[in-house]
Design a protein around this ligand. Structure first.
Ligand code: ZN
Length: 308
């Protein structure tokens, strides 16, 4: 598996768009979607001679080694390792001393830095693609105002405040600036890991993202893409705020009750799971998010509400 899934140079000046997928090695739909997006970009000018693309794109696999082994991670969750102090340590270490997730981060940053140089980037937009062990789509914004604006433009529910309760995600790291270049990041969750339709939804989200950051014009975007996302978000709240997270220490003791999807309504005192045989309840009324149905990971579930 190659780190770089594709690169595309538009015919006009514009931002550098970085799209990462497979930060978790068990999330294959995002990687497939990115491969297809690069194929679409290649043929678009042939079928549509007026197609304009402002800026450039690079598509990257986040955790190549875990992806090859079809594991969420090898040693630790890469999407909890992006705190500045740890990344500084990774950048200062001799590369032969680094392994697994730390080496992945070093190689990712080297690929990004090389792209910034060659594209002579003045502005960066990053979209980090994920899938989950439950059904449903949403985008995630950081605390950065521009990230919230960007996430709200995608026709899918926006989850706010998720970054407050966790640390070391790509959204934390690529917030505000990267290498002194203005940088805005958001994440998109495309649905269940192994649902073939997750690939379609992620393609739709990437195309919508290109439009939001000004790479392509609205009239160059097929309405099918927006339709796919709108259909899938039907009846769901436009935005929710994360109010609670259940932390799972030992994943092997965790048992989520079956059947929960993102945004299912839960009530205070509702039994949601067992931890080490003991019942786990929702502490409040709200919407459940990311119920954990996989054997790696420490976030049992989140509960969100409509109000901040
Ligand atoms: Zn993920």
């Amino acid at each position: 598996m190659q780190r770089i899934l594709g690169r595309y140079q538009g015919n006009e000046k514009g931002p550098l768009v970085i799209i990462t997928a497979g930060m978790h090695g068990n999330e294959h739909a995002g990687v497939r979607a990115l491969e297809l997006v690069f194929k679409m970009l290649e043929v678009e000018p042939i079928t549509n001679p007026y197609f304009k693309f402002q800026g450039s794109v690079i598509g990257l696999v986040g955790n190549v080694k875990a992806f090859e082994q079809r594991k969420r991670y090898i040693n630790k969750d890469i999407n909890r390792c992006w705190n500045t102090a740890h990344v500084d340590y990774i950048l200062a270490s001799p590369i032969e001393k680094l392994y697994d997730e730390d080496l992945e981060i070093r190689q990712l940053l080297e690929a990004i830095d090389a792209e910034i140089q060659s594209a002579d980037a003045k502005e960066i937009f990053l979209m980090d693609i994920h899938t989950t062990s439950a059904d449903g789509i949403f985008s995630i914004a950081s605390q950065d105002k521009r990230s919230i604006e960007l996430a709200k433009q995608l026709p899918a529910p926006v989850v706010l405040g998720l970054m407050d309760g966790i640390s070391g995600t790509t959204l934390h790291y690529f917030s505000d600036h990267y290498r002194n270049i203005p940088c805005t990041a958001m994440a998109f969750e495309g649905g269940f890991h192994d649902d073939p339709l997750s690939v379609n939804r992620i393609i739709a989200a990437i195309i919508s993202f290109f439009r939001s950051v000004g790479c392509i014009q609205s009239n160059d975007v097929s309405t099918t893409h927006d339709y796919i996302l709108r259909q899938y978000s039907k009846g769901l709240p436009h935005a929710v705020y994360v109010k609670y997270k259940y932390h799972v220490d030992d994943n092997s003791l965790w048992e989520m009750l079956p059947g929960f999807s993102h945004f299912d309504q839960v009530y205070q005192g509702q039994k949601l799971a067992y931890y080490d045989g003991i019942e786990v309840y929702s502490p409040l009324n709200g919407y459940i998010l990311m119920p954990l149905y996989q054997s790696q990971g420490h976030d049992g579930f989140f509960v969100c509400t409509l109000d901040r």
